[in-house]
Write a protein that binds this ligand. Structure first.
Ligand code: DX5
Ligand code: ZN
Length: 222
């Protein structure tokens, strides 16, 4: 199987978003990864609902919304209305994670949970059946263009074991510092979805770079 490729628009040219979204429409990308930062949960502010809505007007592929915000439960419906197909909330920002996941599903979206690099995958054990996507951060959230944290490989392996043991429907998404060097190993350890920002948008030919990632093989699973 091929991986799901989700280019992160955080690395796009914000003055030419329509052009970049149309490029992604034409490319081998599967989802568009949208990073929402509030300057509180993470030390950076990206963009919010109106920009997401503008992206939706041009996008022909599902929007994968990664909420790096406090109290994300207050904004689920708003993001669903501006086109989110997947909504990931941070484990570290959700004291009532189980309930928040039910709310995302009730809106007809795929329910995702993002975890910071220091958060062990074991904390998801009792809620894994409810999680459709785990967005595993392989950098500290807040900025694009950071160096990949190698400890992620082992975390993927552990999460894959947990998903298999619980027969959960969860996909594993890797977010941060993904490139063609670490991607084969990420997939070997059990990743299903690759997010990439700078690696794609800073490359000479973004469409060809997406194709390179898309051509990789995921690990066969029973
Ligand atoms: C980081 C974001 C990532 C980021 C990835 O806070 O969640 O999605 O855009 O960018 P790269 O691929 O440049 O690390
Ligand atoms: Zn992200």
């Amino acid at each position: 199987m091929t991986p799901i490729i989700a280019p992160s628009l955080l690395a796009a040219d914000f003055a030419n978003l329509e052009r970049d979204v149309k490029m992604l429409n034409e490319s081998a990308a599967d989802w568009l990864h949208i990073d929402i930062m509030d300057g509180v949960f993470v030390p950076n502010i990206s963009f919010g609902l109106p920009v997401c809505q503008a992206i939706q007007r041009h996008a022909t592929k599902p929007l994968d919304v990664h909420l790096m915000i406090t109290q994300p439960e207050h904004y689920l419906e708003a993001f669903q209305k501006v086109g989110a197909s997947v909504i990931s909330v941070h484990y570290e920002a959700c004291p009532h994670l189980h309930s928040t996941l039910q709310k995302i599903k009730a809106l007809g979206c795929k329910a995702g949970v993002a975890i910071n690099p220091h958060t062990p995958v074991q904390v998801l054990e009792d809620v894994i059946q409810e999680i459709e996507v785990v967005c595993m951060m392989s950098v500290n959230p807040g900025f694009g263009g950071q160096k990949f944290i190698a400890q992620t490989f082992e975390k993927i392996r552990k999460l894959r074991q947990l998903i298999t043991a619980k027969q959960a429907p969860t996909l594993i998404e890797i977010d941060g510092g993904v490139n063609s060097e670490n991607a084969p190993e990420l997939l070997r350890q059990g990743a299903d979805i690759l997010v990439a920002g700078s690696f794609i948008f800073r490359s000479e030919d973004p469409m060809a770079t997406i194709q390179t990632l898309k051509q990789l093989e995921t690990t066969q699973r029973a």
